[in-house]
Design a protein around this ligand. Structure first.
Ligand SMILES: Cc1cc2nc3c(=O)[nH]c(=O)nc-3n(C[C@H](O)[C@H](O)[C@H](O)COP(=O)(O)OP(=O)(O)OC[C@H]3O[C@@H](n4cnc5c(N)ncnc54)[C@H](O)[C@@H]3O)c2cc1C
Length: 505
């Protein structure tokens, strides 16, 4: 990094899905980044089993979704605490969960990161942090690597639920402790009846077996009578015994590939930023993995933070832009903790809970209830407070079909470069004139919408806007409604707020 005394712009602790996605976003936006990872190499642990619509969209916005679709399997339905949710094609181009193991997600993200020039340093766990006015010193060391130091403008802790970065920064992690324990294993189950998802509630808890790949299943048993110490290792024998207690048989279980344990502890970092240190992903929030939201939440934290942090390190936006990361993402994380607590409660055993599930199950078939819950689980309904009252403002932009002078495209395709986008859908000179001071960092594209109305998940159809300012994360910063001239004063305010002051001359 020349004579700045910095080794890089940003150090990211942790090469999990969040850290890798953030590294890609920072590189796309022109920042230099080093990822430091405590492990010596990938473990290949399967862990998370899927991605939801909004995560699929953010990968599509970068033009890399096909790599994930080629490996994963589309699912026809999702669920809320095991109660089925339908998806609606009008809400997204990707109205389905994609079943894909976390090990594959990490491999694909790592390949993409390497293409973008991201450097990953293995065997390099963060062990110390010192912030000053200009940067942060990051101490690295593990049992098998000599201690080293890196100096960067910012450090982002993407180092998982037990985040060292969070602890070293003294950021509180309030929440609720575990009240149950679940064992999980990827195993062969030769005696299981041939059904794709097999789940059953029992007096002491519940179990499920999901066929992930030919010949092997993911088995999960949940029991409520004891919460083991979280450092106690999970074993194949414990999983087998738990399944026998619940199901009365182990279905011939053998050949474990991976065994682990999780619970319903739910905690969230009190601040996502402390000066030059930020937190993202599980380092910022942990919760019961119901509905498969954790990895998605982390990847979307990364997409929210990446362009903002790159703008700040490149001197294009004031540091205060980083505070919008906490302001926008903390409430989203809070809502996930809330809905996973509700799902954990609904999963508890007992006749009262059976009755509550029965009532909840009869409500979930109503369209409005289904739409509300799927908006929440897919994260398609997120709306950030961006200070504009158009119905699209703050929401993720729908991937509407467009016609441009260069041919047909979709809005999300125009976001592949990860640059801010000003879409003029009316051919009005006012929009181009108002944006003159920002053309060095905002792409102005003239296009026509192929549709008169655009779908807004959980918001119904709205008339197609006549102009839109879209942030690199795909959220609408400003929009102009049909029927009237665009308000260029609010457009200029939005351009300044999100992308810094206008260039002179
Ligand atoms: C059983 C189970 C099932 C799940 N299913 C789903 C699902 O279907 N869908 C979903 O969205 N989510 C699911 N999740 C949640 C998901 O696995 C996590 O939310 C996700 O892994 C978080 O990614 P991350 O990158 O933030 O953290 P992690 O994946 O934990 O990565 C953190 C990385 O940081 C490294 N690290 C740790 N300490 C240091 C240090 N000091 N210095 C440097 N590096 C360090 C770690 O080695 C690790 O590589 C599931 C979780 C579990 C346990």
């Amino acid at each position: 990094m020349g004579d700045t005394g910095m080794d890089t712009d940003v150090v990211i602790a942790g090469a999990g899905p969040t850290g890798l996605m953030l590294a890609c976003e920072l590189r796309l936006a022109g920042a230099d980044v080093v990822v430091v990872e405590r492990l010596t190499e990938r473990t290949g642990e399967s862990r998370a089993g899927g991605m939801h619509s909004r995560t699929l969209e953010v990968l599509d916005q970068r033009g890399v979704l096909d790599r994930f679709l080629a490996v994963g399997e589309l699912q026809p339905v999702g669920h809320f605490s095991g109660l089925w949710l339908d998806f609606d094609e009008s809400e997204s181009r990707h109205p389905y969960p994609l079943m894909i193991l976390q090990s594959a997600i990490e491999r694909l993200l790592e390949e993409w990161a390497a293409e973008l020039g991201v450097r990953v340093r293995w065997s390099s766990g963060v062990s110390g942090i010192r912030q000053d006015e200009a940067g942060v010193e990051v101490e690295l060391g593990t049992a098998d690597a000599a201690p080293a130091q890196l100096r960067a403008r910012y450090l982002v802790g993407c180092d998982g639920g037990r985040s060292t970065v969070r602890k070293l920064s003294g950021i509180d992690f309030p929440g609720t402790p575990a009240t149950m324990t679940a064992l999980i294993g990827d195993v062969e189950l030769p005696d299981l009846p041939e059904e794709y998802v097999w789940a059953r509630r029992c007096p002491g808890g519940d179990f499920s077996a999901i066929a992930f790949e030919a010949g092997w299943h993911r088995v999960i048993t949940s029991e409520y009578d004891r919460v083991p110490d979280r450092d106690e290792p999970a074993t194949f024998e414990q999983l087998r015994e738990s399944l026998v207690r619940l199901a009365g048989t182990d279905f011939g279980m053998r050949g474990p590939r991976w065994i682990s344990r999780f619970g319903d502890a739910a905690r969230q970092a009190a601040q996502y930023r402390d000066g030059r240190v930020l937190l993202a992903g599980d380092a910022a929030h942990i919760h019961f993995p119901a509905g498969g939201q954790g990895l998605n939440l982390g990847v979307q934290d990364a997409v929210n933070l990446g362009w903002k942090l790159a703008s700040v390190v490149r001197g294009r936006a004031p540091e205060s832009l980083l505070d919008t990361y906490h302001a926008e993402r903390h409430p989203v994380g809070e809502r996930v903790l809330h809905n996973t607590r509700a799902q954990a409660a609904l999963a508890r055993p007992g006749v009262q809970m059976d009755a509550l599930r029965d009532v909840f199950g009869s409500l979930i078939v109503f369209d409005d209830v289904n739409r509300y819950l799927r908006g929440m689980l897919t994260a398609l309904d997120i709306r950030y407070p961006v200070g504009c009252d158009h119905p699209l403002a703050g929401r993720r932009v729908p991937d509407a079909d467009l016609k441009t002078p260069d041919g047909a495209t979709g809005v999300h395709e125009l976001l592949h470069t990860a640059r801010p986008l000003l879409l003029d859908l009316r051919g009005s000179t006012e929009v181009a004139t108002a944006a003159e001071g920002w053309t060095d960092r905002v792409d102005l594209v003239e296009a026509r919408s192929e549709d008169d109305h655009w779908p807004v998940p959980a918001g119904g159809d709205i008339p197609a806007p006549t102009a839109l300012l879209i942030r690199p994360d795909g959220h609408v910063a400003w929009a102009a409604a049909a029927g009237g001239a665009p308000d260029t004063t609010t457009l200029r305010t939005a351009l300044t707020t999100w992308f810094g002051p206008a260039s002179q001359g």
